[in-house]
Design a protein around this ligand. Structure first.
Ligand SMILES: *Cc1c(COP(=O)(O)O)cnc(C)c1O
Length: 396
């Protein structure tokens, strides 16, 4: 009997349906093949998995709580749980993946880590694990982003990382990515640490696997709290899609409704948006064939969102695929709706969410619930980094 393929399984070339693959210069083929070999090895390596889980427990502080928000539950007339990734060390889910990949880099015998960052959140997570593991850390960041995200640049430097400005093109994330890849090609001892479920195969599958700890925990926590491990709906915001992939992972092959929330920016038809699954088309970005925002000539269109972490012109191939076939539903939330939701969660629960996560909270207003619904919202990060934006609002 032919084995039924799981949604989360890629084929040998790294495709989920039509999306994914590895569209890279010839010079990177060997690097990716070496990485794939090691990744397949560690998936079933008990010693590796034990070290990973031990760091997640004692260093990151996992499991993160699953918290029943009484006030959101009252408002929407069904139980609403928050998966508290905001309580992780460094303040978001990104550290889960960073820990997994740095252990892999160590196992591969690499001596330095190269990464790119846009808002700086992934750069901070990378600089953190490099300090922990005594690895040299080089972070490329667009010159413009360095100016806009000064506190994160200071954090990375304080942690011992070298932050190198990318001065080409629009001086933002995609330029930093180009420089990081160039560095990777020229330094055989460097490990390229990608921060979301994007990039050439095996990165999307690997990052999803490291982040799947989120849905593994949701399963056992829900079982303990409600008697059953499946909610009816899971809601998560999507930049590249790593927190969503982690929150959905164990539930793809079930009938749980999966809702991916993209940043609508000023509105999906305004020209200022990051709602890739609505305005994007298939194309190659960052080494993989996926949905991306592009003009008629295939040039990447600069995305816009008030939230730096969602301000990405693509979406991971797993999401492109599952949205295309209807397994995942995508909706979008505007800047204004996200800001309101952040304020609401702050006064309801005393939890200040990251602007990214506030998009997932805002999605509650756009969905219909029955009293037998059980909802999990992945609270991907905390809002300390966003206080300046929150305080500039005139509405309060
Ligand atoms: C980076 C970030 C995101 C977006 O990245 P994904 O890969 O889509 O998860 C979401 N929330 C927070 C708090 C982030 O730092």
């Amino acid at each position: 009997m032919e084995k039924i393929k799981k949604y989360t399984e890629v084929d040998d070339l790294g495709f989920y349906g039509h999306f994914g693959g590895a569209f890279v210069p010839e010079l990177l083929r060997d690097n990716l093949e070496e990485l794939t070999t090691f990744f397949l090895e560690i998936e079933n390596d008990n010693a590796f998995q034990n070290e990973f889980l031990s760091l997640l427990k004692y260093y990151v502080g996992r499991p993160s709580p699953l918290y029943l928000s009484q006030k959101l539950s009252n408002e929407f007339k069904c139980p609403i749980f928050l998966k508290r990734e905001d309580l992780n060390h460094t303040g978001s889910h990104k550290i889960n993946n960073a820990i997994g990949q740095i252990l892999l880099a160590k196992k591969m015998g690499k001596s330095e880590i190269v990464a790119e960052t846009g808002a700086g959140q992934h750069g901070v997570a990378t600089a953190t694990v490099c300090a922990l593991m005594n690895m040299k850390c080089i972070v490329f960041m667009g010159e413009k982003d360095i100016e806009r995200q000064a506190p994160n640049v200071q954090r990375m430097k304080f942690l011992g990382a070298e932050v190198i400005p990318a001065k080409s093109g629009s001086k933002t994330l995609k330029d930093a990515t180009n420089e990081a890849i160039r560095y990777w090609i020229n330094h055989t001892n460097a490990y390229y640490l990608i921060g979301s479920v994007v990039g050439p195969h095996p990165y999307p599958a690997m990052v999803a696997s490291f982040q799947s700890v989120i849905s593994k925990e949701i399963k056992s926590q829900l079982k303990e709290m409600t008697g059953t491990e499946n909610p009816t709906k899971i809601i998560a915001c999507v930049g590249g899609g790593s927190n969503a992939a982690g929150a959905f992972f164990e539930y793809y092959d079930s009938n749980v409704e999966l809702i991916a929330v993209e940043a609508g920016g000023l509105g999906v038809n305004s020209g200022y948006t990051a709602a890739t699954s609505v305005v994007g088309n298939p194309g190659v970005l960052h080494g993989s064939l996926t949905l991306l925002m592009q003009d008629e000539y295939g040039q990447v269109v600069e995305p816009y969102s008030i939230s730096a972490g969602l301000d990405y012109p693509g979406i991971g191939p797993l999401h492109a695929y599952t949205i295309q076939i209807g397994r995942t539903k995508s909706i979008s939330v505007t800047d204004e709706e996200a800001l309101k939701a952040a304020k609401k969660l702050a006064v309801y629960e005393g939890i200040i969410p990251a602007l990214e996560s506030a998009h997932a909270i805002a999605a509650l207003e756009k969905l219909k619930f029955e009293s037998n619904d059980v909802v999990v919202v992945n609270l991907s990060g905390r809002g300390d980094k966003d206080m300046e934006t929150y305080l500039n609002l005139d509405s309060y």
